[in-house]
Design a protein around this ligand. Structure first.
Ligand code: SAH
Ligand code: SF4
Ligand code: F3S
Length: 435
């Protein structure tokens, strides 16, 4: 039977969110339509994440839950990084999975769905360089803030990380293809574009680098705001820092993970930078753009991490004063060098360190939010708030701002920030002065 309705569930990073949107567009272009709920879906695509053990295990429990009360099940496609990492093994582990499709092969979904309809159990984990982008339909729908993948894969091989294996080698999309997609998104209503890549700032077309691409996108009609994520400290070059000083569309927010404050641990992680180099980059960034908000990622309990190493992490958190940061307990991943290192850290120690780190981060996040109270700025309205007449938008520093306004999603309005919470701000709309 050919499926008529589908549901796609994406987990993990923004690149998976982007891939999920593109798969939905692809299936819609085939005449399928989104199902109102999971029970009603003829096809369910689970777009999975392999970064930590919990995320990967979730994929299989989610598959199990797709069995309906009457014993039937939808057609099930396992996509994303678990699909890439496990390939045919996934179907051995869970025979309910009909299709296994990796992150670089999902443009072949329609064909694979047809094969599955004939009783086959297709698996495609090939990684042809940018074939999928060329095969996907044009962008016709966009939210006010849209994602655009420009770079995929990673050559950095941090010793804890699966991404170089699940997403393959670093590749950049063609500049012309990126600009065309950005134009399509702007025409479809996007005001803000967030450029995505595992190492987005490593983007290059051989001659021109990432900063030049940002400048070109900033010149497109309708693009009011540009963001990018995730950057690697070693690819933060001078032109990119200069762009932050000179391109008004480039928002004052930088997600720059450091992972640990201890040089000994950074070395064991193969991060190719030490704490001092990281801080030096931030100092340059702050002199180019004094109001820039910094966010980051941290891992606690990497093999061999001592209390002293962990203290160094707390110190770097204080030194940077993060506006936001994400922290994770180290999770050993099959096939990565760190998984077989000695001195794996006990769970209780990890729990304790994670809690202390998160408290420290929360304190800085609150302090950052408080420091913006009283500022006059602009927000991009993204969606309705919970209360009647209330809308939620984003400040330049990526804060969620709640405001009473008649403005609609996609509008950019002037606000004054009135009060700060740990995770959001309250603002008041400022009326434009009469001419
Ligand atoms: N390319 C990005 C994002 C990688 S995945 C980068 O280099 O930062 C997102 C985050 O997950 C990482 O920054 C890291 O903090 C975390 N992470 C990756 N592998 C992990 C593992 N094995 N255990 C715990 N956290 C991990
Ligand atoms: Fe993983 Fe490191 Fe690559 Fe980021 S830079 S994706 S953490 S290997
Ligand atoms: Fe997860 Fe793959 Fe993204 S492992 S974090 S979905 S690149």
């Amino acid at each position: 039977m050919t499926p008529r309705t589908f549901q796609i569930k994406s987990f993990g990073c923004q690149m998976n969110v982007y891939d999920g949107e593109r798969m939905a567009e692809l299936l819609s272009a085939q005449g399928m339509s989104p199902a109102s709920n999971r029970e009603a879906a003829d096809l369910v695509v689970l777009n999975t994440c392999h970064i930590r053990e919990k995320a990967a295990e979730k994929a299989y429990s989610d598959v199990g839950r797709l069995r309906r009360e009457d014993g039937s099940k939808p057609l099930i496609a396992l996509a994303g990084c678990v699909a890439q990492a496990e390939g045919t093994e996934a179907q051995r582990r869970s025979p309910m999975i009909d299709i296994v499709v990796g992150p670089q092969a999902y443009h072949r979904l329609p064909e694979m769905i047809a094969q599955a309809g004939r009783g086959a159990r297709p698996v495609d984990t090939d990684m042809p360089a940018t074939a999928k982008f060329e095969a996907l339909p044009a962008r016709r729908r966009a939210s006010p803030s849209a994602f655009l993948t420009i770079q995929e894969g990673c050559d950095k091989f941090c010793t804890y990380c699966v991404v170089p294996y699940t997403r393959g080698a670093e590749i950049s999309r063609q500049r012309s293809a990126v600009l065309e997609e950005a134009r399509e998104l702007a025409d479809a209503g996007a005001r803000e574009i967030t450029l995505l890549g595992q190492n987005v700032n490593a983007w290059s077309d051989g001659e021109r680098g990432f900063a030049d691409l940002i400048r070109a996108i900033a010149r497109l009609d309708g693009v009011e705001r540009i963001r990018y994520t995730t950057s690697h400290p070693m690819d933060m070059d001078e032109p990119l820092i200069a762009a932050h000083a000179e391109v008004p569309e480039l928002m004052p927010y930088l997600h720059l993970p450091v992972q640990s404050g201890s040089n000994r641990i950074l070395k064991a992680m193969n991060r190719s930078h030490d704490a001092e180099a990281y801080l030096a980059i931030l100092a340059k960034m702050r002199s180019a753009r004094p109001d820039i908000a910094i966010s980051g990622d941290f891992i606690v309990g990497f093999p061999g991490e001592t209390e002293e190493d962990f203290q160094a992490t707390l110190n770097i958190v204080d030194e940077v004063g993060y506006a936001a940061a994400y922290s994770f307990k180290y999770s050993p991943r099959p096939g990565t060098p760190a998984a077989v290192m000695e001195d794996q850290i006990a769970r209780e120690i990890m729990d304790d360190r994670l809690q202390r780190l998160q408290e420290r981060i929360n304190g800085h996040q609150m302090a950052f939010n408080r420091s913006t109270v009283g500022l006059s700025t602009q927000i991009l309205i993204e969606r309705k708030g919970r209360r009647e007449g209330q809308m939620i938008g984003r400040s330049p520093w990526l804060q969620s701002v709640h405001v009473e306004t008649a403005a609609q999603p996609g509008d950019i309005i002037d606000v004054t920030l009135l009060s700060a919470g740990p995770n959001s701000m309250a603002g008041a709309e400022r009326q434009k002065e009469a001419a």
